[in-house]
Design a protein around this ligand. Structure first.
Ligand SMILES: Nc1ncnc2c1ncn2[C@@H]1O[C@H](COP(=O)(O)OP(=O)(O)O)[C@@H](O)[C@H]1O
Ligand SMILES: [Mg+2]
Length: 375
């Protein structure tokens, strides 16, 4: 909000009120406002769908919507934006109700001066940002404690299943080489193959539960990313995905398990690719690396279908998948989560339905350590 101008949407059908507010916001001061206006609810909703707005000034009485309903409709569209409601002299109560229903503040028309208007807008933006930060923190806290307890359960199940499973695979393989009729041999092979699939699932579950031992070496995430993209070049091309990379050439190296990290990168790339292909038959994937204080940040931005808010909190849960049966196991992101957390890093997702998703991985920069070879 500092030096640049604040993009403001003024939703107001009365030309007189509109002019007054515009003039107040046009006065020269430390903050400048870029004011656009809409005179109907429908026009406002359309504008918000296509433009980046930082704050909304909302008159509740519009030709196509009246009262709190106006606020509810705008709020449903952009719950993340601060809204300041403009009410008439006689309906201050509505202003109070509006605040209860998600508006940041209200102003009474005719009792607004430049100073109050600007201060209200500034506080509305700052409060909303603080609220959002708080909410994100709370969500993350809930998420990581839930995933930690899921991890414990998964670990228990996996250990119980692995021993009998190893013997199923072993005996089925032995049987397949024994002197038995051919049709029985086929059956034994089928048992062995399917048991192997279960073993693969178990391995992914153990990675999620952070039971995978890391083999750290000193690596650079840029090199790893380039190698991963090369591996995936053909399928990406077949899916009409344009990949753009912005790899920070000054990115520090760090101690990490190259194979596991590559698996995490690959899972994120494949997910973006699959979602964009299924939704649009094409897409753009932007991959960026940069240093953020003492962390290496790798982000994957796609213009795919986005993720419904209700799904966001389940995304990293083992077996959560929106794809049809046989299309996905729902373990890709769980594995990413396990790998990144085991590296003392973080993985986050932001998404807007219909616009796309951003997955961000942060890894600590760890100075090179030389491990003495055993033996
Ligand atoms: N880039 C993305 N865009 C939209 N949705 C995604 C994206 N990545 C993951 N998802 C959602 O997260 C779900 C879980 O992903 P994942 O754990 O990799 O399992 P799977 O790919 O087997 O479904 C997917 O089914 C999909 O709904
Ligand atoms: Mg996947």
């Amino acid at each position: 909000m500092s030096s640049k101008s604040v993009s403001t949407l003024l939703v107001e059908d009365n030309p007189g009120d509109r002019r007054l507010i515009r003039e107040m916001l046009a006065e020269v001061s430390s903050i400048t406002f870029d004011v656009q206006y809409a005179d109907r609810l429908q026009a406002a909703i359309e504008y918000l769908g296509q433009n980046k707005v930082e704050v909304i000034l909302l008159d509740l009485g519009l030709p196509d919507s009246q009262g709190l309903e106006t606020l509810r409709k705008i709020y449903a569209q952009v719950p993340e934006l601060p809204i300041v409601v403009l009410t008439g002299l006689n309906d201050e109560m509505i202003g109070v109700q509006a605040v209860n229903e998600g508006a940041q503040d209200y102003l009474i028309k005719g009792q607004v001066d430049t100073h109050l208007l600007r201060r209200t807008i500034r506080y509305a933006i700052e409060r909303k940002q603080a609220e959002q930060r708080e909410r994100r923190l709370q969500l993350q806290l809930n998420l990581s404690s839930r995933l930690a307890s899921l991890g414990l359960m998964v670990e228990g199940i996996a250990h119980e299943i692995n021993n009998p499973l190893t013997s199923v695979i072993g005996f089925a393989q032995m049987l397949a080489y024994a002197d038995i009729p051919d049709d029985a041999r086929e059956d034994a092979k089928r048992v062995s193959e399917n048991a192997q699939r279960v073993a693969d699932i178990m391995k992914n579950l153990l990675t999620f539960a952070r039971q995978q031992k890391l083999r750290r070496t000193y690596i650079n995430a840029n090199d790893l990313m380039e190698a991963t993209l090369e591996m995936r070049a053909h399928p990406l091309d077949d899916s009409n995905i344009t990949v753009t990379t912005q790899l920070d050439s000054t990115l520090p190296s760090t101690m990490a398990d190259a194979a596991l990290l590559q698996q995490a990168f690959l899972n994120l790339i494949v997910n973006a690719e699959t979602e964009m292909r299924l939704a649009h038959g094409r897409g753009n994937l932007l991959i960026m690396t940069e240093q953020k204080s003492d962390m290496i940040q790798v982000s994957f931005t796609d213009d795919g279908p986005g993720i419904a808010p209700a799904n966001l909190i389940h995304l990293f849960d083992p077996f959560f998948s929106t794809r049809g049966v046989g299309q996905g196991t729902g373990l890709g992101l769980s594995v990413c989560y396990g790998i990144v957390t085991e590296h003392n890093g973080r993985i986050d997702v932001r998404s807007q339905l219909g616009k796309g998703s951003v997955f961000t991985v942060q890894l600590p920069v760890v100075a090179e350590e030389i491990y003495a070879e055993a033996g």
